[in-house]
Design a protein around this ligand. Sequence first.
Ligand code: XMP
Length: 305
Amino acid sequence: MVDPGPFVDEAVDEIRETIGDANAVIALSGGVDSSTTAALAYEAIGDRLTPVYVDTGLMRKGETEQIRETFAYMESLRVVDGRERFLDALSGITDPEEKRAVIGEEFIRVFEEEARGADADYLVQGTIYPDRIESEGGIKSHHNVGGLPERMEFEGIVEPVRDLYKDEVREVARHLGLEEIVAERMPFPGPGLAVRVIGEVTEEKLDVAREASAVVEEELEEHDPWQALAAVIGKATGVKGDNRVHGWVVAVRSVESRDGMTARAQELDWETLQRIQSRITGENETVARVVYDVTHKPPATIEYE
Ligand code: XMP
């Protein structure tokens, strides 16, 4: 386990040395990795760092507001509203890897504009150890800001948490005083809620996945899962009031893991499962059923696409 005190000092020194008097950009996603990395880099170079948060419309409930609050102390913070752009770009696309590619491409476009505006020579990234392993293994195209370095000429890329596991990043986040909600926040995929809706990404499906994921995170907080989520996996018949409806099927998933590379489906009690079911179907008019996913990884993945 990393010793956060010395780690922070060394990381800040290293960032300062590498970047010197130049400017840098970082893409903030709201997750613990990029948040921790941004805090380290900001400590090192202050407002010469431009943290860019893009609201893709694929983010968790309340994430944009949370970012504004947590990073209010960074005067150089840029919050970009990209909701319409991303939805347009994703229209008609159903293949999971194609979705990732489109989101990655759109993200790079937005980010490129911001990086040029900030006159940045360096790119700071919150890549952690398992990201590198999975990318090298080619399991999924973990886009993060992958592809950006090839598109834009940066003098260098700085990845201060590249050798850490997720739980070590959390330690560092706590040491830096990042609010508990950030330090403790569950991992969330780069392509966001797009991998929690099967098939085409629509605003309606995203809204269901966003609200249901928030219910799951809230209700399972005490069970301390490594990651918990809800996904919109199809349509099925149900009865709401006196009417038969053709509504969404929401899958609930909660897993235990160290690093996401393998995972175990969490054993949950009936009462908890029923409470989740009743909230999701009750709070969303269009949801007809809720199912609980009992599959480990492997053979399943954690996300649905
Ligand atoms: P899977 O679904 O592959 O996920 O078992 C393992 C961990 O990675 C997250 N995940 C992603 N993260 N880009 C990311 O940055 C992606 O394309 C992506 N797909 C999955 C997932 O949420 C889990 O924590």
